[in-house]
Design a binder for this molecule. Structure first.
Ligand SMILES: Nc1ncnc2c1ncn2[C@@H]1O[C@H](COP(=O)(O)OP(=O)(O)OP(=O)(O)O)[C@@H](O)[C@H]1O
Length: 587
C-alpha cells in the first residue's frame, strides 16, 4: 500500500490470514467455516485496523466487508487486558437495519463460539423495551450491535451513560455507511458523536461512495486511511462484481408473467432465485400465479413482523425453498403501480397504505443471502443504485451468479440510466448487460395460453385476500417464533413460509409442462442449465457453505448456448454465438 492508502493488489495477492497477524483461534474458526484465504478488502483492511488506524473501506457488495472489520475487532478483544472495569461496551457496531443487526451478530457469534473465549456480544433493536435494553446491557457486554436510533434511545433514557461511553468505547464501526443517512439516522449519529472519545478508533464500511459517506467521514473519523481497491468503484465497469453475469429480456409489461414462468418452469435459470418486485401486491400476485404451476415460493417484505422476516431469511439461506419474492423498498408502497389483468392500464394504488411498514427493514441492503444464484428483476428498481444493491445479493464472495431483468417499455428510462451507470454508452455494443440468450420466442408462446388463463384467475381481490391472510398468519407465527427461537435459535423447521395461499390446488396439467409444448431448443437449454448446475455441485439446494459453486466459464450455458433454434436441431447449436434472439433483443 502506498501513502495514499491505495492497494497494490499484486504484492498482497498471496497473503494468508496467518500473515495478516490474526489470532490462531480466529483462523481455526475460519477454517471450520471453510474460509481459507482473505478477500482483497480483508487483506488490506485487517492489518490497518489491527494497527489502530481509522479506516474508510469501500468495497463492492459481497466482497467480505463484515469479516474485514469483525476479525481484527475480535482479535483485539481477545488480546486486550481486562484490568479496568468498563461501564459501557468497548465496541459499538452500527448498522442501518434490524436484519443486519441480526446478521452481523450471528456472524460474530459464529466466530467466537468456535474460539471458546469469554466475550459477550449483544444486539439491541428498537423493538426492545427500555427494561429489556437495560438487562441486555448489564455487565456490560464487550460488543454491542445496533442501529443508531436504538443507541440514541439508550442514551436518552439513561440506559447507557454518555460519560461511560466516553470512558469505555474504543472502537466504533459504521457498517453499510452509505445507507445510514438515507435511513434517517443523521441526528442520532450526531448525538452519539459528542460522546465518542478522540482516542476511539473509527471504521466506516460501505459498498458505494456517496456524499453521505463523505458527511459521515467528516462527522466521525480522524484522518482516516481511505481504502480504494483497484477493483472497487474506480471505473464504472466494476460496480457490479465481475463474477455476476447480467442479462435482460425486453417484453411488454403484460407479458412479464409468461416470461418469468418460462424462466422458472423450463428451468432456464439456476436456483436459488431471488425475485424482486416494487410492491407487496405484485409479490403476492406472483406467488399466487406460481402456485398454480406448482412452483413454491415465499414472500419477504417490510409489512411482515420482524421475527417472521428473520425466519424466512434463515429458511431461504438454509435452502428450504428455492424461490423468494422480495419487495425491497418500503417507501415504494403507496406509490405502487399495479397492472390490471390484461396489463393495458397502469394506475396508482394507495391500498394497503394503512399497513404499518417497518422503517428499519432492508431486504436488499447488506443482507447476506446465501447461495443465491440468480436475481430476477421482475420489475425494474426505481433507481440505478437500487439495481446495484439488488444484483449484489448474488455473486457473494467467491461465488458466481447471474441476473435477469425483465424490462418493459415503461421501464426503458431507468434501464438506460442503469446501463449508463454501468458504463455503457448509446452507440456501444452492450458489454455489461446482455440479452438473455436461453429463452426463445417459441418457448414463451408455448406457455402463453396457460399463463394468461391462470393470470386472469389471480384477481386483485385474490391478491388482497392472500396478502391479508399471510399477514395474519405471520403475526400469529411471529409470537410463537419469538418464544421458540429464544430457546432454539437453530431450529429452522417450525413453520413454513412457502406454503400455498391459494385455496385451489394446482391443476396437474399446469404442474408439469408436457413435452409437446417444449421446442427442442428450449429442452436443450434447460438440459444444459441442469448439467451446469450438477457440475457446480448445486443440485441440492440445502447444501451449506462448503458447496460454493465455483463457476467455470467454459461450462456456463449462458456463455456457450444460444436459444436461437439452430438450422438443424442438434448441429452446432451449442456453441453458436447469439446475435439476435427472437425475443426481439439485439446483442
Ligand atoms: N475470505 C472469505 N472467503 C470466502 N468467503 C468469505 C470470505 N469472507 C467473507 N466471506 C463470505 O462472503 C459473503 C459476503 O460477505 P459480506 O456479507 O461481508 O459482504 P459485504 O461486502 O458486506 O456485502 P454487502 O455490501 O452486500 O453487505 C458472506 O457469506 C461471508 O461469509
Amino acid at each position: 500500500m502506498n501513502k495514499e492508502g491505495r492497494v497494490e493488489e499484486e504484492e498482497e495477492e498471496e497473503q494468508t490470514f496467518e500473515e495478516l497477524g490474526l489470532d490462531p483461534r480466529l483462523i481455526r474458526a475460519l477454517t471450520k467455516k471453510t474460509i481459507d484465504k482473505p478477500t482483497p478488502i480483508q487483506r488490506v483492511a485487517i492489518p490497518l485496523i489491527l494497527e489502530g488506524k481509522d479506516v474508510v473501506a469501500r468495497a463492492k457488495t459481497g466482497s467480505g466487508k463484515t469479516f474485514a472489520y469483525l476479525l481484527p475487532l475480535l482479535h483485539k478483544l481477545f488480546t486486550q487486558s481486562s484490568s479496568a472495569k468498563n461501564l459501557a461496551p468497548t465496541a459499538l457496531i452500527l448498522v442501518p437495519t434490524r436484519e443486519l443487526c441480526q446478521q452481523v451478530c450471528s456472524e460474530a457469534n459464529s466466530l467466537i463460539e468456535l474460539c471458546r473465549v469469554q466475550l459477550r456480544l449483544v444486539q439491541l433493536t428498537s423493538s426492545m423495551s427500555v427494561s429489556e435494553l437495560r438487562t441486555t446491557l448489564a455487565g456490560p457486554p464487550e460488543v454491542v450491535i445496533s442501529t443508531p436510533a436504538c443507541i440514541q434511545t439508550c442514551l436518552s433514557n439513561g440506559v447507557i451513560q454518555g460519560k461511560a461511553v466516553q470512558d469505555s468505547l474504543s472502537i466504533l464501526i459504521l457498517d453499510e455507511a452509505d445507507l445510514l443517512l438515507s435511513y434517517g439516522y443523521e441526528d442520532d449519529l450526531k448525538a452519539l458523536t459528542s460522546h465518542v472519545p478522540i482516542r476511539c478508533q473509527c471504521l466506516l464500511m460501505s459498498a458505494t461512495s456517496s456524499s453521505d459517506v463523505e458527511k459521515l467521514k467528516k462527522l466521525i473519523l480522524h484522518n482516516p486511511y481511505i481504502l480504494t481497491l483497484p477493483e472497487v468503484g474506480e471505473t464504472k465497469d466494476d460496480i457490479i462484481p465481475k463474477n455476476v453475469q447480467q442479462f435482460y429480456i425486453s417484453c411488454a409489461a403484460r407479458d412479464k408473467l409468461v416470461h418469468i414462468l418460462a424462466l422458472l418452469k423450463l428451468e432456464l435459470v439456476q436456483k436459488k432465485v431471488l425475485i424482486f418486485t416494487n410492491s407487496i401486491d405484485m409479490s403476492f400476485r406472483l406467488k399466487l400465479f406460481f402456485e398454480q404451476f406448482g412452483i413454491k415460493s415465499a414472500v419477504l417484505n417490510a409489512e411482515l413482523p420482524q421475527s417472521s422476516r428473520l425466519h424466512i431469511l434463515e429458511e431461504f439461506n438454509a435452502g428450504l425453498f428455492d424461490y423468494l419474492i422480495a419487495t425491497d423498498e418500503s417507501q415504494s408502497e403507496g406509490k405502487e403501480q399495479v397492472d390490471d389483468q390484461n396489463g393495458s392500464e397502469r394506475k396508482k394504488s394507495k391500498k394497503h397504505r394503512k399497513h404499518k411498514l417497518d422503517a428499519e427493514f432492508g431486504v436488499v441492503r447488506g443482507i447476506d443471502f446465501k447461495n443465491v444464484h440468480t436475481v430476477i428483476n421482475y420489475e425494474m428498481p426505481p433507481t440505478a443504485a437500487g439495481y446495484v444493491h439488488r444484483i449484489g445479493r448474488t455473486g457473494r464472495a467467491y461465488n458466481t451468479g447471474a441476473s435477469v431483468s425483465l424490462v418493459s417499455d415503461e421501464e426503458t428510462e431507468i434501464f438506460e440510466e442503469i446501463k449508463s451507470l454501468l458504463g455503457e454508452n448509446e452507440d456501444k455494443v452492450s458489454q455489461f448487460i446482455a440479452p438473455f440468450p436461453l429463452l426463445s420466442k417459441n418457448a414463451v408462446e408455448s406457455l402463453r395460453y396457460r399463463a394468461e388463463d391462470v393470470a386472469r384467475s389471480v384477481t386483485k381481490i385474490a391478491v388482497r385476500e392472500s396478502r391479508a391472510q399471510d399477514l395474519r398468519n405471520e403475526i400469529l407465527n411471529s409470537q410463537k417464533l419469538k418464544a421458540h427461537f429464544q430457546d432454539n435459535p437453530k431450529d429452522l423447521d417450525l413453520l413454513k413460509h412457502d406454503k400455498m395461499l391459494s385455496k385451489k390446488a394446482p391443476a396437474p396439467h399446469l404442474r408439469d409442462v408436457p413435452d409437446y409444448l417444449l421446442d427442442p431448443t428450449t429442452q436443450e437449454a434447460s438440459k444444459i442449465v441442469k448439467l451446469a448446475r450438477a457440475a457446480m455441485g448445486n443440485t441440492n439446494p440445502s447444501r451449506g457453505k462448503g458447496s460454493k459453486g465455483r463457476f467455470k466459464r467454459s461450462r456456463d450455458p449462458l456463455k456457450t448456448f444460444s436459444a436461437e433454434a439452430p438450422k438443424r436441431a442438434g448441429k452446432g447449436g451449442m456453441k453458436r454465438k447469439v446475435k439476435d434472439t427472437d425475443n426481439g433483443h439485439k446483442q
